[in-house]
Ligand binder design. Structure first.
Ligand code: AMP
Length: 971
């Protein structure tokens, strides 16, 4: 496209005086008829001639000295300013040339061409003219020549290249032709401003011969973005070619005729792309235009794993047709079955959970772990479950609830009726008195046998105790008589002593109820003592005896008179029934390497790939990586490494963690995948927990979880701890930093190294009793005299509860360890965190009872948390919260009633320094101004996270309430 810069009629702008020295013969108007100026060596013959062409008058510059030799007539333009980018200009000339043959006798000297010259200059030189400064551009010849009566106008365009100075002159040299210049047009070419691919490109002057294609960068138009700037090329002819790259409308906008327009209401666009806005998916809505996503409509939710822009789903309705099949009632069993809910809420991840209440004399309580479910009580995908170990004479109410991926999201608010469970009451009366169902050998030595057995239905708490009669005899009593020994027992286990080595005995048990009812006897079972040869070994391994028997009364009578006389013995056991699987301290192994091999799977290092360092352990870096064992799927793992230069003792300590972890198998305990011990670089490989340590995770997500979700996390930790305490394992360093969180927010207990409490934990502090102890997490008796028990773990669990409900806040803030111990001894306890449900805080206080025997056990804690989760309404009552003790650090409180000297000091004390600038920018620079702030004002200055908002608002509330003097931590 052509865009003239200067359209110049040189007729008006030529400096006539200088160059046209001959006088204009005003009488001769038509140059083709008469020649007015004749060139000589000393005078320029160009002249201005007025003409009439096609009826209109105009001027031309003419010269016509064809009869004279050596003509050299010059005509020069005025100074033509150049636009800096225009290095190449076009010169279009309209002219007439007279046919030399039309001059009689002048044809020998007559020419039919003229020359175009140019000269560059940085300034207008006025009338000064020096021929030598001009460069010839070209010779111009006409396409058509004009004969006497036939006027022919030529138009020729020439290019002047490589201009670089501020301006230039053009000049025409006549060397003896008869010519008239009618017009001269000087112009350059540009590529016009344009919008392509949602990018705008400015008007660009076309390049010259040394820059045939000019690269031009574009700028995305309003509401369009691009990672790489789009570009395009401008040709010498002023045309855009080869566009590269593309801008795209940003989220919430779509392309409409080269512009980005907001998505209409009811539509959304989540990412920058060339796509159109999409209609909001099912059960979602966008209430204003320009939506990036469509939030769920009330009563509909997206599960964490649902695509963020997919449809939302509702809660499932209640399961239908719950029935119980009681064919196996006599064995204390029944089968519950039901049909799927009529409305699945549009989801296919429906699972069921079964809850049970047992009622006695109108008092109902959760069945808890007293009954057994096959395959499980939660997460059922099938619509039936086998319930067993039901007690006699009790009413049971079973509740089956349908869940889907969105149920957890809905529950914290209020439980809509559609999710409430269908309840069916089943009144089951078990068989009584109970039967012995199985008998097994627990432990044996050459002189003793430890046995236990099960009874069905199981004895219930308030029913009269069941007693047992165990009678046994040697299998091969060949003395012509059979001697029975009868033991009367109160528990369903016994250690029978004073037996003969290597001898088989036959045992039978019968149960009796307290009211004299006799149950059926078991089958006669045979067990054999160990032979003599292993007595020594057994004595050495005495430490592994599982039961300590307190023999209160031993009476033995024997008679040899009758072939079948009865001998009666009475044994009373006071020891409680323990779980059969117990944690084995790897230290009891002489060679710790043997312990590792016993409890952990050896992995070949070539199956482990390290990807990225994710943390620093006591012994070396912790990596995220991949484990690909032969025949197994690839799994993401955490890899703990042992740094080079370790001693053998350090290597053993390092691997001891695997020996301990390898003994555990529980959903809420970090799972050991295996170890690398047979190669130079030892490694411990565990399951990978995407969200890392719980304390950090909660700090990073302050205020983002509901109490229901937090209590769900605590329930997981409590279940893991129950498992550990059932295995008689005392953790000693339970703290949120030692809990790991995966991507489904499941919490798992970790950190089992033997030396961990002593060395690993940065919280560890030396106490007067010698050891290094994480003071603020540890029970007073463990600090005072190293009494570490599951009850001291319960205390630590209470602190973990506090950390979780306070989103990772440091327990006792910046109080010193000494101050903490003093406060605890004076019966002070941490106050309830902000928004903490009252029931949860009450449980914390129970965990912090001074008398450890009064603290709840982990089993009780799991049951209570389960109960709270089953009825989320119970979390709605919030514990009293005093912002001054919960947020403000005791050591920063002043005594003059206005403790904070500046806004920044106050913000620092509540750990909200990151908002200092927001306050300053909003002009809030004095504490008086702070005290005037309303919740809305805090939001308006840019505090968006709900947790932070609350923290600041509560703190202001606390500051206002200066009259109250409560400060439980005034130590
Ligand atoms: P530890 O030596 O067990 O205290 O681990 C040091 C750090 O490594 C922890 O604080 C976590 O951030 C990280 N880490 C350890 N184990 C895992 C795991 N299984 N998954 C993810 N991160 C882990």
């Amino acid at each position: 496209m052509l865009l003239p810069l200067f359209i110049m009629l040189i007729i008006l702008s030529f400096l006539i005086k200088t160059f046209i020295t001959c006088l204009i013969d005003v009488l001769v108007l038509l140059w083709c008829i008469k020649f007015i100026c004749r060139a000589t060596h000393s005078a320029n013959k160009w002249e201005v001639v007025q003409r009439t062409l096609n009826g209109s008058q105009f001027y031309s510059y003419s010269v016509c000295n064809v009869g004279e030799r050596e003509q050299d007539n010059w005509l020069r333009t005025t100074f033509i300013q150049r636009r800096p980018a225009a290095s190449r200009v076009f010169v279009e000339i309209q002219f007439i040339v007279r046919d030399c043959n039309s001059f009689d006798g002048a044809s020998l000297t007559c020419k039919e061409t003229f020359n175009l010259y140019t000269s560059e200059s940085d300034a207008d030189v006025g009338t000064t003219f020096r021929k030598g400064q001009f460069k010839k551009v070209t010779t111009i010849a006409p396409d058509e020549i004009t004969s006497k009566n036939d006027l022919r106008i030529n138009t020729e365009t020439r290019v002047v290249e490589n201009l670089s100075r501020k301006g230039f002159y053009l000049a025409f040299q006549d060397i003896g032709a008869c010519i008239a210049i009618l017009s001269v047009r000087v112009y350059y070419k540009t590529c016009p401003a344009t919008v392509k691919s949602l990018a705008s490109f400015p008007e660009t002057v076309a390049g010259g011969e040394n820059q045939a294609l000019k690269e031009v960068n574009g700028v995305c138009t309003d509401n369009a973005i691009s990672e790489n700037l789009p570009r395009i090329y401008c040709t010498v002819d002023g045309e855009w070619v080869v566009p590269v790259g593309q801008c795209q409308c940003k989220p919430g906008y779509e392309e409409v005729e080269d512009t980005c327009q907001e998505c209409q209401q009811g539509f959304f666009k989540a990412a920058a792309s060339g796509d159109k806005c999409e209609p909001c998916p099912a059960n979602t809505q966008s209430l204003k235009s320009g939506a990036l996503s469509c939030p769920c409509m009330d009563g509909f939710y997206r599960a964490p794993n649902d695509p963020p822009n997919g449809p939302c789903s509702g809660l499932p309705s209640a399961p239908k047709d719950l029935v119980a099949t009681t064919t196996q009632l006599s064995a204390g069993k029944l089968v519950l079955s039901w049909s799927p809910p009529a409305d699945t809420g549009g989801r296919n991840d429906i699972t069921y959970s079964v809850d049970c209440q047992r009622c006695e004399s109108n008092v109902c309580q959760a069945c808890g772990e007293k009954i057994r479910y096959e395959p499980a009580s939660t997460g059922l995908t099938d619509t039936k479950v086998l319930v067993s170990e039901l007690d006699a004479h009790l009413n049971y109410t079973f509740t089956v609830e349908a869940h889907s991926g969105v149920s957890l999201l809905a529950l914290p608010r209020s439980k809509p009726p559609s999710t409430s469970a269908l309840t069916t009451s089943l009144h089951y009366t078990g068989e009584y008195p109970p039967k012995i169902t199985s008998m097994r050998l627990v432990e044996r030595t050459p002189t003793s046998l430890s046995l236990s057995w099960d009874v069905s239905p199981r004895p219930r708490a308030l029913s009269p105790p069941i007693r047992y009669e165990l009678n046994y005899r040697k299998k091969d009593d060949n003395l012509g008589m059979t001697t029975y020994t009868v033991l009367k027992l109160e528990k369903n286990l016994v250690q029978v002593n004073e037996l003969n080595p290597g001898t088989a005995y036959l045992f039978r048990v019968q149960a009796f109820t307290g009211d004299g009812g006799a149950g059926g006897s078991s089958m006669e079972e045979q067990f054999e003592t160990l032979p003599e040869a292993v007595i020594f070994g057994a004595a050495v391994g005495g430490a592994v005896m599982l039961f300590i028997v307190a023999v209160v009364l031993f009476l033995r009578r024997r008679s040899v008179n009758a072939p079948s006389q009865l001998t009666t013995s009475y044994l009373l056991f006071t020891e409680q029934l323990k779980p059969l699987k117990t944690y084995v301290d790897p230290h009891t192994y002489e060679d710790p390497n043997v312990a590792v091999l016993k409890f952990a799977t050896e992995i070949h290092p070539s199956h482990v790939t390290k990807q990225k360092v994710i943390g620093a352990g006591e012994f070396g870096e912790v990596y995220r990586g991949i484990l690909k064992a032969p025949g197994r799927k690839e799994v993401a793992v955490a890899i703990k490494t042992l740094k080079p230069g370790y001693t053998e003792k350090q290597r053993q300590d390092f691997l001891s963690e695997a020996s301990i972890m390898g003994q555990f198998a529980h959903q809420n305990i970090i799972r050991l995948e295996g170890v690398v011990t047979k190669f130079k670089h030892a490694m411990i490989v565990t399951e990978y927990m995407e969200n890392g340590a719980l304390d950090r995770y909660l700090k990073d997500h302050d205020g983002e979880f509901s109490s229901f979700q937090l209590v769900g996390m605590l329930r997981g930790i409590a279940a893991g701890m129950k498992y550990l305490s059932d295995m008689s394992y005392v953790h000693r360093d339970l703290a949120a930093r030692n809990i790991l969180v995966n991507n489904t927010l499941e919490c798992k207990v970790s950190d089992f190294g033997l030396s961990r409490v002593l060395e690993d934990d940065p919280e560890g502090t030396y106490t007067t009793s010698g050891g290094k102890i994480p003071i603020r997490w540890t029970a007073p008796e463990a600090i005072a005299y190293r009494k570490f028990t599951s009850a001291s773990d319960v205390w630590s669990f209470g602190i973990v509860m506090w950390e979780v409900m306070a989103f990772g806040e440091r327990p006792y803030w910046d109080m010193s360890n000494h101050e903490v111990m003093k406060a605890i001894n004076e019966a002070f306890r941490l106050p309830a965190p902000m928004d903490c449900p009252s029931a949860v805080y009450q449980l914390m206080l129970q965990c912090w009872l001074q008398d450890r025997s009064k603290r709840p056990r982990f089993g009780d804690i799991v049951s209570l948390l389960d109960k709270l989760l089953r009825s989320p309404d119970s979390l709605k009552t919030i514990a009293d919260f005093d912002p001054r003790v919960s947020i403000r650090l005791p050591s920063t409180s002043g005594s003059d009633g206005s403790p904070f000297r500046s806004v920044s000091e106050w913000l620092e004390s509540i750990k909200m320094s990151q908002y200092s600038e927001n306050f300053t920018c909003a002009g809030i620079v004095t504490m008086d101004q702070v005290l005037q702030m309303k919740n809305e004002d805090i939001k308006n200055i840019g505090v968006r996270l709900p947790g932070h908002l609350k923290r600041i608002a509560y703190s202001i509330l606390g500051l206002k309430d200066q009259t109250s003097t409560l400060s439980v931590f005034a130590v």
